[in-house]
Design a protein around this ligand. Structure first.
Ligand code: PGA
Length: 210
């Protein structure tokens, strides 16, 4: 039986205005994809995905964490999925495996489905929960237009013994299907191409029936 692939849109720090965010969301919201806009747009759009969360959940966490958003806040807003440990956060914000594992636990505790980004096996928690969705994103492929070959990606997919593993890194409407049908991934994390509604809709369409 073919299972519908999970397609995740990671808008990153885009777009610059709420007006543009509303237009983009309006174009892609019926695709069945998980749309992860910046936090500031979440409530207005009613999107089902977020790009990050903090590792404490008030009241146990106390709430004194300036600038942070708790998993419970996201859940209460109707968010279902949260990206955790994206390579850009590991690099720019120095997020460590330890911080990321705390975030995973907090997200699961709040009833969110975490989407954990990794580029190497050592970034997988030892006690990986079944409910975590993994994304394999090779660093050289992120935002570069140089996607990983499906053959190479398949090796990593086969190596990760987990039910739900997505591929991310320079996915477009031309290469999307290969990661699902050839390499055996359960879905895709799409960055740059998710900001172009036509391209994103084509990605969803092209990966529907493998
Ligand atoms: P990209 O980004 O599709 O622009 O390569 C993927 C990601 O960073 O999640």
């Amino acid at each position: 039986m073919n299972i519908k692939p999970l397609i995740v849109a990671n808008w990153k720090m885009n777009p610059a205005t709420l007006g543009e965010a509303k237009i983009l969301f309006g174009r892609v919201k019926d695709t069945g994809a998980i749309i992860c806009p910046p936090h500031v747009y979440l409530a207005v759009l009613g999107a089902n995905g977020a790009q990050d969360c903090f590792w404490e959940n008030p009241p146990t966490g106390g709430g004194a964490y300036t600038g942070e958003i708790s998993p419970v806040m996201l859940k209460n807003l109707g968010v279902e999925y949260v990206i955790i440990g994206h390579s850009e956060r590991r690099k720019c914000l120095k997020e460590t495996n330890e911080m990321i594992e705390k975030k995973l636990k907090a997200a699961l505790g709040a009833g969110l489905k975490p989407i954990l980004c990794i580029d190497k096996i050592s970034q997988l928690p030892a006690d990986l929960d079944k409910g975590v969705i993994i994304v394999y994103e090779p660093l050289f492929a992120i935002g570069t237009g140089k996607a990983c070959s499906p053959e190479k990606a398949k090796k990593m997919r086969d190596f990760i013994k987990h039910t739900a593993v997505l591929y991310g890194g320079s996915v477009n409407s031309q290469n999307a299907k290969d990661y699902i049908c050839q390499a055996g991934f359960q879905g895709l994390l799409v960055g740059g191409a998710s900001l172009n509604p036509k391209e994103f809709i084509d990605i969803v369409k092209n990966t529907c029936y493998c």
